[in-house]
Structure formats: structure tokens, C-alpha cells
Design a protein around this ligand. Structure first.
Ligand code: SAM
Length: 247
């Protein structure tokens, strides 16, 4: 069945069965330059977006947190630095990215609060109702089946637990959108080529952002998976949004 299902890898239509490997290939390729490229491409703004996510997190004492698509651990690090009793399950489908995150947690001394696991956000290896908070930063648009992933996040949250999804979204100003499109398709791939010797992965980045559901559609998808409430917050004219949902 899986072999007949179709999905998108950027603008390309591919078999769902192939998407995980294609996405893993992108992040294997970008892993070594990931943090540098994040700072260059967003002019450092990704740090502010992640800080905003932290500000939206409402945590009980000794919180149990799941961070999906953790990459180099920016979100786990910020959470642990502000809540030193937090225990964070750090997960990613890509072991090269997770290894960078783990090395960073050792070097920057927050590893004692972290538990690392290579896992897909679409098949979470955790029991029902385990976490107070599930976070995912710039990961959801890479999923093969986003509904399945959101359903898994809902399953693993405790009742009244919170989900925070930080992701690229749709600009709400048409002039701004034109400039942003020009930057995404003309500058980003060239920056990828120059700094990371990898143009294609950054072309995928630009395309995957356009294929991702806009703010309202993502809100409906989240509510359809059983969350009782969902609000979103836009940043930089909607280039990025944070959806906050309650189970
Ligand atoms: C753009 S990076 C984001 C990393 C980090 N959260 C951040 O905000 O800097 C996207 C990450 O999503 C991971 N990823 C892609 N598909 C995934 C999936 N189905 N399940 C879990 N992680 C996934 C990639 O391996 C990559 O590390």
C-alpha cells in the first residue's frame, strides 16, 4: 500500500516510501554546516523564533518534554537552561544530526537532562500520555505524513499537555512575499553552494516551505487530530509561525 501512496519532496512528487530516505539524505548532507547556515540564512532570527517558543511554553514542576526533530539541540538547550528540572527526550530521524546535538550537549554541559533517541516523529516509541510538552522546530514540513505525526504527538501528550510547532509559514503581505520568494529561490541555493557546497538541499528548503500548509490549514490539521484548542503566532510577517495547541 505504502508503495502506491504519493507525497512531495519539495516540488517533486515521489512515492511516500522514498521520502524518509530523501529527507535523511538532505540532513546528512547539511549536518556539518547546519548551525552556520541557520545563522546566515535567517540573519540570526532563528534564535529569536526559538526564544519565542520558549516563552510560550507553560511548564509544571519537573516537566517531561519531548523535542522532535531536535537536530543540533537548540530547543532542548534553551528549555533546560531556563528549567533545570526539565527532562527532555531528544529525538531526530537522522543520526548525523542527533550526534551533533549529543556532542553539543556534552560540550555545553546540559547532557544530564537529556535522553537521546533516533526516532521518527511519525512513529514515536513512547507510551500514551507521557509528556507535559511536545516541541518541534522546523521539522514538521519534512514529514511524509504530517497528520500521522500530529496524531502521534497528541497520543504521547498527557491530558492538558501542550504542543508547540515552530515552522515556516505563509507571509501575510504580498509585497513582502515577492521579496521573500526572490530571496528564497535566488539567494538561498547560492548561499548553500558557496558556504556548504550544496545547492540542491537549499533548493529543497525553499520548495518544502512553499509546500507546507499555511497557518490556518495547519491549525485545522492540529485540531483534526484531537487537540481541543490551537492558536498561532506569526513572526516577521508570517515567514514563521508558532502553533500552540492543548490536548
Ligand atoms: C531544519 S532541522 C531543525 C532542527 C532543530 N529543531 C532546529 O530548529 O534547529 C530539521 C530536522 O528534522 C529532522 N527530521 C526530518 N524528518 C523527520 C521525521 N519524520 N521525524 C523526526 N525528525 C525528522 C531532520 O533530520 C532535521 O534534523
Amino acid at each position: 500500500m505504502e508503495n502506491n501512496k504519493k507525497t512531495h519532496f519539495g516540488y517533486e512528487e515521489i512515492s511516500s516510501a522514498d521520502k524518509g530516505a530523501r529527507v535523511r539524505g538532505v540532513f546528512d548532507s547539511v549536518a556539518d554546516n547546519y548551525d552556520l547556515m541557520n545563522d546566515l540564512m535567517s540573519l540570526g532570527l532563528h534564535r529569536l523564533w526559538k526564544k519565542a517558543l520558549l516563552e510560550l511554553a507553560e511548564l509544571p514542576p519537573n516537566p517531561m518534554i519531548l523535542d522532535i526533530a531536535s537536530g543540533t539541540c537548540d530547543i532542548p538547550k534553551m528549555i533546560i537552561q531556563s528549567h533545570n528540572s526539565a527532562r527532555v527526550q531528544v529525538t531526530d530521524i537522522n543520526s548525523s544530526m542527533l550526534e551533533l546535538g549529543r556532542n553539543r550537549a556534552i560540550d555545553e554541559n546540559f547532557i544530564s537532562n537529556c535522553f537521546f533517541l533516533t526516532a521518527s516523529g511519525e512513529e514515536l516509541p513512547y507510551q500514551d500520555e507521557t509528556f507535559d510538552l511536545v516541541t518541534i522546530g522546523f521539522g514538521l514540513r519534512n514529514f511524509t505524513d504530517k497528520n500521522k505525526g500530529l496524531n502521534e504527538m497528541h497520543r504521547c501528550l498527557k491530558p492538558n499537555g501542550h504542543l508547540l510547532v515552530l515552522e515556516f509559514s505563509k507571509p501575510n503581505n504580498s509585497l513582502f512575499e515577492k521579496v521573500y520568494d526572490w530571496y528564497s529561490f535566488n539567494i538561498l541555493p547560492k548561499m548553500g553552494k558557496f558556504f556548504a557546497h550544496d545547492e540542491q538541499s537549499y533548493q529543497y528548503l525553499a520548495e518544502s516551505i512553499r509546500m507546507h500548509p499555511d497557518q490556518e490549514n495547519l491549525k485545522h490539521m492540529i485540531l483534526n487530530e484531537g487537540f481541543k484548542k490551537c492558536n498561532f503566532y506569526n513572526f516577521q510577517n508570517g515567514i514563521v509561525s508558532i502553533h500552540k495547541a492543548i490536548k
